[in-house]
Design a protein around this ligand. Sequence first.
Ligand SMILES: [Zn+2]
Length: 566
Amino acid sequence: MKTTFSVGLKITLLVGVLTMSTIDSGCAPNAKERELKQFISAHVEKIKPLAKQRNLASWDAAGSGRAEDYEKASALTLQIRQVYSNPKDFAFLKGMKESGGLQNPLLARQLDVMYNAYMANQIEPGLLKKIVDLGTQIEKNFSTFRGTIEGDKVTGNDIKEMLKTQTDSAKRKQTWLASKQVGAAVAQDTIRLVKLRNEAARKLGFDNYHTLSLAAGEQDVKEMDRIFEELYELTNAPFARVKGDLDRILAARCGVAVSELMPWHYHDPFFQETPMVYELDLDVYYEDKDVRKLAAEFYAGIGLPVDSILTRSDLYEREGKNPHAFCEDMDREGDVRILCNLENNEYWMETILHELGHGVYFQYHERGVPYLLREPAHTFTTEAIAMFFGRLSRNPAWMQQMLDLSDAQRAEIEKVSDRYAQLKQLIFARWAMVMYNFEKQLYANPDRDLNALWWQMVEKYQLVKKPEGRDEPDWAAKIHLPLYPCYYHNYLLGELLASQLHNHITHKVLKLESGKDVGYVGRRAAGIFLRAKILEPGATYRWNEMIEKATGEPLTPKYFVAEFVN
Ligand SMILES: [Zn+2]
């Protein structure tokens, strides 16, 4: 089987190379194209070694936790930023873009990618310094602030634990209020930061920073609005239904009527996660397995081997090491690594599948693609591939095959896994709608009554009641608003695309009737499809063009809805 795959692979590579050389020789480059080509080579010569050094430095920092490693990484990040903030270079790229007339699509695409990267960094040094300083200030406040309950300080983990277990409504309320206190401490600074970002965006000709951010990520507000609006309509009734079931369970646990449920009755401060009310303990199936080995076997089986990634990776817990997980492409030439803190349980099974999803995306970019396009089409498209694979750790068909489970064990898992997945996706989708719509309006008018706006959004999308008379900056307690601006919607887009890919591969690639029993184990056709249509081209096409080429239609929420809503 291996030979078949490598033949298939060679053909794909060849087609890729041929297409590009056809483009290159098909039309004689005009003077403008020659000029752009020179600019690109000089740019890549500058940026390539810097980016590699920075990625290696931040890898070292994550593994060691040493301050000097972090300093080295941030100094290199600053140097890269300086390259992209050069106003003369930006003027050159802008001129190129405005005058049009590029025949070569690969050159035009590289121009777009560079233009966007430069545009996002065209902020005058004085204003940039104010933005960075204020961001750092808010970050510090977030990490040092502790809410209090009756005068006693509580940590974020204390709050999480209490909201999961406490059954006394009055105590839940105190806990929830403690989680919101940070909002009042950072709200005024956050509004100032929003205004500074808007000032920078207006100088570049945009209405506000939200519009600029989306444009720099090749997204536009209308396109996002359409997707979010459609998903809102399609999830209204089903969300109300599953939330109704959930509310009955939560109310019973706390001994209150459903009509008395308040924001503090959910299991996290924003109702963004699934309350663990349906017993689903998948850890028992993983505790005597090796999640690293399972992941390696699975990816090899679909024709996307990950051994070279795993060899370079940092997989197990160590003193001083970053406790989370991520994947990094060091050089766009095959040095791809993941960082994890593996244990044999379901959480780390999902995580290693997820990170290796990012990993194969990086690893399998076609090397003939120009350096500047050897990256995912968009951050949300790499998130989608990671989610597509990460979802398998709870997929009954995948679990049965990979873990040698009996039909009875699989049936046991199926009893709750579908309901749990549905609840999880619906809760997250509705929460993401709050974030997207609030953020859009926050940047459009930071002087409006934001406290009221936040609760309008929460009531509309999450069906959670505003506490009587509440007028506090509860929105500001969400760290993403000041520190990771205008990005949250991409998490939801990733989920939508993961479902769209699942649907397309099931029906069009594997030619199956339904995706329900698909665990992808040993399905090389799925790997070959993903590799050829998504991983190899990298950023050769704008994200929606890539999605349309791969699946026959642009990004749509309908398959997410079909998978999780019915
Ligand atoms: Zn990810």
